[in-house]
Each structure stands twice: as C-alpha cells, then as structure tokens.
Design a protein around this ligand. Structure first.
Ligand SMILES: Nc1ncnc2c1ncn2[C@@H]1O[C@H](COP(=O)(O)OP(=O)(O)OP(=O)(O)O)[C@@H](O)[C@H]1O
Length: 308
C-alpha cells in the first residue's frame, strides 16, 4: 500500500532523516518506535505530504505521492501529535469544521460524525465545548477528525502522549478495533510497551535511521540478548549503579534505585551482578529475570535508552 524509499531530510545542519525506507502492507499496523528527536514526526510529515523530503520516493499503491497529491491525500488520515481542535467550539462543531475541509457536507457529514462519535464513545458529550474535555477525550476527538473522510491509511503521531493510563487504554481499544476492521495504520511512539502491544511490525528509528525492522517475534529472534535481569534496590547511589554499568558495557539501563541488565548469558551475568552489588554494599530489594523487551533491543542496537 505504501512504499517509501531512501528518504533524506535536513533542517539546515540537522540531518533529521538519513536514508529512511519502509513499506506498509494493506491492513497492517506498523509501529515507528524511537526516542525523542529520532525523526518520527519528520517521517510522518513527509509521508503525509506536509513536508517535502530533500530526496527519496513515496508511493501509494504504486503512485508517486507528490505527483498525485490530491488522489493520494484522499486516502490519508492524520492524527497529529498536537491536538488540532478549537477549544471554544463543541465536538460536533469541530468535526463539522474538519469535515468541510475534507469536502464532506450535509447529511453525509452529519451521519459520519454521529457514527464516529458513537464509535469513540463520545456521543453524550458531543455538544459540549472542547475546553471542558479531558486530555484523553480531546485525543479521541482528534482521532475522529482524522477518520471523517474514510481514509485508507491513518497516521497516528504519538496519540497517547500526556494522558492517563485509563484514557490510554481506551485509545488502544479504538486502535485495535480499527485494525480489526482492516484499516492500515502507522503509529509512532517512544513507549516500547505500546509498540509491543499494538503493532504487527515495528521499525526502530534512531538519529534518522531505521536500525531494525520486523515483527516483535523476529526482532527478538535476531537479537543476541535472551533475558533481562531487573533489580530494585532500597537505596542505591547513582555512582554505584553507574559503576555496575561500566562492568557490563551497553547492557545496563539505570533508573533511580533500579537497573535492568540485558544478557545473553544469565547464568554467568547474574552471579557477577550479585557479586558487584555485594561489593558495593547495595541493598537488594527485588530481583527478577524477565523476557527480552524492545527496550533491551534498542539498547543493544544504539547503546542508548529509549527514554533518554
Ligand atoms: N522545524 C525544524 N527545524 C529544525 N530542526 C528540526 C525541525 N523539526 C525537527 N527538527 C529536528 O529534527 C530531528 C528529528 O525531529 P522529529 O520531530 O522528527 O523527531 P521525533 O522522533 O518525532 O521526536 P519527538 O518524539 O520529540 O516528536 C530532531 O533533531 C529535531 O530537533
């Protein structure tokens, strides 16, 4: 459905995209996972024609995006990272505004708006001003606006940023339902749990490059890491945790009073870790060996944390 080849984009001296290629099949939910500044929004803005790349090619059903702009744009829906709603207008007024921009009018717009508001669970609040909505509700209206013109592919740029876990779950349910209805979607996030939970295939992006791509299962198979050792301390000075980090280069993620060690050999790394903790008098509170996650894969590929 969508093929992007060799995309480059610079903002003056910043190389935001450095040879990004990806393809998305019909009905697929493709996740673009990377830390802040990795190039996710730039990729989405280019794939949706908001921004021109310095070079590269984008094809929708084999047709060049920039040579068939109007035709392609009808297929595309965008849920932007920034909420694009008028606070002083009601949900229904906002959606009518967006619908008109997409060229939908009258009864068709009325019908579509009602249908989507009901699908997103917002019918009973439709006449209330957006300024009275919670963050999660605004995000759901933002999604509704992107679906008004029946797009074939929808881009969602970090649609859960800044909302509470319950609203986040509601948005996941909406996305999963859209996915089960066969809608093609590209979803950007810096939360590995979201990519793991939702996406059929994941492209891991860092510093404008896709450093790995595949299903979660295939990404895990390709990794040399097998397990993660999660350790919680009652009280651990950061220098001591960083010392442990130095003993396992590119294997440790340090957080306050916690660390995660990615390992391909838990049988030797675990005793070594415990010994280091004992030597440093670090009081262990909890230790758990878990399955590999995307966070460790990202660390293995880039030497960095997704949460930096
Ligand atoms: N308009 C701009 N002018 C200059 N530099 C920019 C501009 N937009 C993005 N950048 C830079 O390009 C790089 C990629 O940014 P982009 O917003 O695409 O990343 P991102 O992965 O979406 O990050 P975030 O999760 O923070 O939105 C970053 O270094 C960013 O600072």
């Amino acid at each position: 459905m969508l093929v992007a080849k060799n995309l480059y984009k610079s903002y003056k001296e910043v190389h935001a995209l450095n040879n990004v290629s990806l393809s998305v099949q019909e009905g697929e939910l493709y996740g673009l996972l990377g830390p802040n500044g990795a190039g996710k929004t730039t990729t989405i803005n280019i794939l949706t024609s908001l921004l021109k790349p310095n070079s590269g090619e984008i094809l929708y059903h084999g047709k060049s995006l920039f040579e068939n702009l109007n035709q392609c744009k009808k297929m595309i829906g965008v849920v932007p990272q920034e909420i694009a709603l008028y606070e002083e207008l009601s949900a229904i007024e906002n959606l009518k505004f967006w619908g008109t921009l997409y060229g939908i009018k009258g009864k068709q717009l009325q019908q579509k708006t009602e249908e989507l508001l009901s699908f997103l669970g917002l019918s009973d609040r439709k006449n209330h001003k957006i300024k009275t909505y919670s963050g999660g509700m605004k995000r759901r209206i933002n999604i509704t606006a992107a679906l008004l013109h029946d797009p074939k592919i929808v881009f969602m740029d970090e649609p859960t940023v800044g909302i509470d876990p319950q609203s986040r779950n509601l948005i996941f349910e909406v996305i999963q339902e859209l996915h089960s209805r066969g809608l093609t979607m590209i979803y950007t996030t810096h939360y590995m749990e979201e990519a793991e939970r939702l996406c059929d295939r994941i492209g891991i992006i860092d510093e404008g490059k896709i450093v790995a791509e595949g299903s979660l299962e295939n990404l895990k198979k390709a990794s040399t890491i097998k397990e993660e050792i999660h350790v919680k301390f009652t009280n651990a000075p950061k220098e001591d945790l960083l010392n442990i980090n130095n003993s396992f280069p590119n294997q440790v993620l340090v957080q306050e009073n916690q660390l995660v060690l990615s390992t391909s050999q838990a049988n030797t790394d675990l005793p070594k870790l415990i010994q280091l903790c004992t030597n440093a008098n670090l009081p262990l509170e909890h230790l758990q060996v878990k399955n590999l996650s995307l966070e460790s894969i990202f660390l293995e590929l880039t030497g960095k944390s997704l949460r930096d």
